[in-house]
Design a protein around this ligand. Structure first.
Ligand SMILES: [Fe+2]
Length: 297
């Protein structure tokens, strides 16, 4: 395993901060904090001990950065050495670290063009996280191992090159593959016991060659929280992307919906934890055992 140990935070540009605030607090169950990021209105969304896990900045609807957490200074230095050895340009930025509320931050760009921020020392306020919907988010194992905020799925023109970077340079491990139709390979990677923190897929045929966020997933501790969120989604006529279902690979019981930015959010529970000493990569021929039907609502 490499030096990255969790998906620490995500940065998203969003056109409608007001819609996101309602969505994140009332549907997802996160706490919202208004701030500004170098003068740009920003909404920080909290879901556990950390001050925030999602940072939404006013702008175009897009993934702006992915914060990959390392354990501490030695591990960050080790990431820098591996980037150097691989000839990957990178930059340590003290002002950006201050802005993100971390001790140190080194950024680079992955082969698909996604900005990555390796960091440690994230801010944890003394006041506890209190969910407006009573949700408890799963960001650690029961024995306290860091699982990160959830997972992010990115589509790009050249998945193989991106996956090689994550494996060979950063030390991510392949979890498994889903090949729902011949020729379409979805690749799942882990950095800790969470089944996947990252998945990479090719752009849809005929779609733009732009790298895009497909969805991010957040996990809650119990099925009733998923059900209550689903009730609200129906009541507020939020467009679902996929009905409730159980994934084959990570066994997540979840549904998918449109965020106010258009890209998806997966809301689920019961995700599988990987034991690397007893794990074999397999290829699934479907993404779900049941459900996850494209929704017409
Ligand atoms: Fe997912």
């Amino acid at each position: 395993m490499g030096n990255v140990h969790a998906l620490g935070y995500l940065g998203l540009g969003v056109r409608d901060l007001g819609a996101w605030e309602h969505y994140a607090t009332d549907i997802l169950g996160m706490q919202a904090e208004h701030t500004d990021s170098d003068g740009t209105p920003t909404l920080l969304l909290r879901m556990d001990e950390r001050r925030y896990r999602l940072a939404l900045t006013a702008g175009e609807d897009e993934l702006t950065y992915v914060g990959w957490e390392v354990a501490g200074p030695d591990e960050l230095d080790a990431v820098v050495r591996t980037l150097d050895a691989a000839g990957v340009a990178h930059k340590e930025d003290a002002a950006l670290a201050e802005l993100r509320g971390v001790r140190r931050l080194v950024s680079c760009t992955d082969p698909a063009g996604v900005t990555l921020e390796f960091h440690y020392g994230a801010t944890a306020p003394k006041l506890p996280f209190v969910s407006p919907t009573g949700a408890t988010f799963v960001t650690t194992t029961p024995d306290g191992r860091d699982l990160g905020l959830g997972h992010v799925v990115v589509t790009c023109a050249d998945p193989d090159t991106a996956i090689a970077f994550y494996r060979d340079v950063l030390g991510f491990k392949i979890s498994d593959y889903i090949v729902p139709i011949p020729g379409l390979v979805l690749t799942f990677l882990h950095v800790n016991p969470r089944h996947h923190s990252l998945a990479v897929a090719p752009n849809r045929p005929g779609a733009d060659t732009k790298t895009e966020i497909n969805h991010f997933m957040i996990e809650v501790a119990d099925v009733d929280t998923v059900g209550r969120a689903l009730d609200k989604v129906h009541a507020q006529k939020i467009q679902k992307l996929a009905t409730l279902g159980r994934h084959t690979n990570d066994k997540m019981l979840s549904f998918y919906m449109h965020s106010p930015s258009g890209f998806g959010v997966e809301y689920g529970t019961q995700g599988l934890l990987i034991d690397d000493d007893n794990w074999s990569v397999v290829t699934y021929d479907a993404a779900a055992y049941w459900g996850h039907e494209f929704d017409q609502d």
